[in-house]
Design a protein around this ligand. Structure first.
Ligand code: KG4
Ligand code: ZN
Length: 336
């Protein structure tokens, strides 16, 4: 009998819960944390405290909205990592408490595998094998997906994640955290070819985004020496140019991965997959190269418990449960 699972996500700065029944996601309750805005990035101590305050309410709302009784829950799933240790601990501990109280098994989920499996929440779902470009605030990975629970990282960033490059650029422009969605918004009004920035490149399928971050920093420093109001006058063009260059770097590696593997089923996942420039660029290339593409709804790109629930569903079917002495792992790798 396909299970009913309650899933909890608390790896970074979203507290989220979701109920999945017979493989269908019933809801995806998310409490975002605004406390980080003025700091230009997630403050771990504040994140874990906010999770602690929100988690009961979020889980309760998810159960209420699903219209189920807790007695119907067959397993409790949680994000084991990667993520911030203090944030993960809140979710893991809450999940253990619930599973013990209800007498049901625990299911650990790898956050990065869940980003990939978000593609199975809604139709059309990808067919195996497919390639997934997972782009988030902490990761940038090219993943070869052979099955629900069989995936391999074939390329990843050697330094910063692309989401970090978006957020750090936004910070330099005086925009609040998270800046990625704001860069996306302003970029839509700007000229992508207005400026170009220095960057580093690495061979093979790996990425590097630390160079472009420094490139933007030096570019803005030099322009501000000439015109103090350079950013205010050129915000849209700066955003459009940075976004264009970041998307171009991502697409170059994706094309290389297609050449190397011969796989033309392409998915994107993670917070940056919500970026309109990336989505448009992917559609354009896909049409030319005859790729079949899968783009999840934006609410399933950024952190959410629905993707944890989806991953947990497949783990339940494979009887992959976790022991109660399990602890979170901040840098948990795919496939471990
Ligand atoms: O997957 P996610 O919600 O959390 C992590 O696992 O890191 O990704 C968050 C990242 C942030 O860097 C945020 O700025 C970026 O995704 N992001 C975007 C957009 N929406 C979210 N970046 C560019 N354009 C967007 N529309
Ligand atoms: Zn994420």
């Amino acid at each position: 009998m396909p299970p009913t699972i309650l899933a909890i996500e608390s790896s970074c700065d979203e507290t989220s819960a979701s109920v999945i029944q017979q493989g269908k996601v019933l809801n995806n309750v998310i409490a975002s944390q605004n406390v980080h805005q003025k700091y230009g990035g997630v403050v771990p101590e504040l994140a874990s405290r906010a999770h602690q305050q929100n988690i009961y309410m979020v889980v309760n709302e998810s159960i209420q909205r699903a219209g189920i009784d807790t007695a119907n829950i067959d397993a409790i799933a949680f994000t084991r990592g990667p993520g911030l240790m203090g944030s993960l601990l809140v979710g893991v501990s809450f999940a253990k408490g619930m599973a013990l109280a209800l007498g049901v098994p625990l299911i650990e989920v790898n956050h990065m595998e869940a980003h990939v499996l978000a593609h199975f929440i809604d139709d059309p779902v990808p067919t195996f094998p497919f390639l997934c470009l997972t782009v988030s605030g902490g990761h940038t990975q090219l993943v070869l997906v052979d099955d629900f629970l069989k995936m391999t990282v074939i390329g990843e960033t050697r330094d910063d994640a692309v989401g970090e490059a978006f957020d750090k650029t936004a910070k330099m422009l005086g925009l609040p955290y998270p800046g990625g969605p704001l860069i996306d918004k302003f970029a839509q009004l700007g000229n992508p070819n207005a400026f170009s920035f220095g960057h580093t490149s690495v061979p093979g399928l790996d990425f590097s985004f630390s160079g472009i971050k420094t490139g933007v920093l030096y570019f803005l420093r030099d322009q501000k020496k000439i015109d103090h109001n350079f950013i205010e006058k050129n915000l849209n063009d700066i955003c459009a140019s940075v976004q264009f260059q970041l998307v171009k770097m991502l697409m170059a590696k994706l094309k290389a991965a297609v050449r190397q593997t011969g796989i033309q089923q392409i998915a994107i996942a993670g917070g940056v997959a919500a970026n309109s420039g990336l989505r448009k660029a992917l559609m354009g290339i896909a049409q030319k190269e005859k790729w079949v593409t899968y783009l999840p709804k934006p609410e399933y790109c950024t952190d959410n418990a629905a993707m944890i629930a989806m991953a947990a569903h497949y783990k339940y079917l494979a009887s992959r449960f976790s022991a109660f002495d399990i602890a979170p792992i901040a840098n948990l790798a795919i496939g471990s």
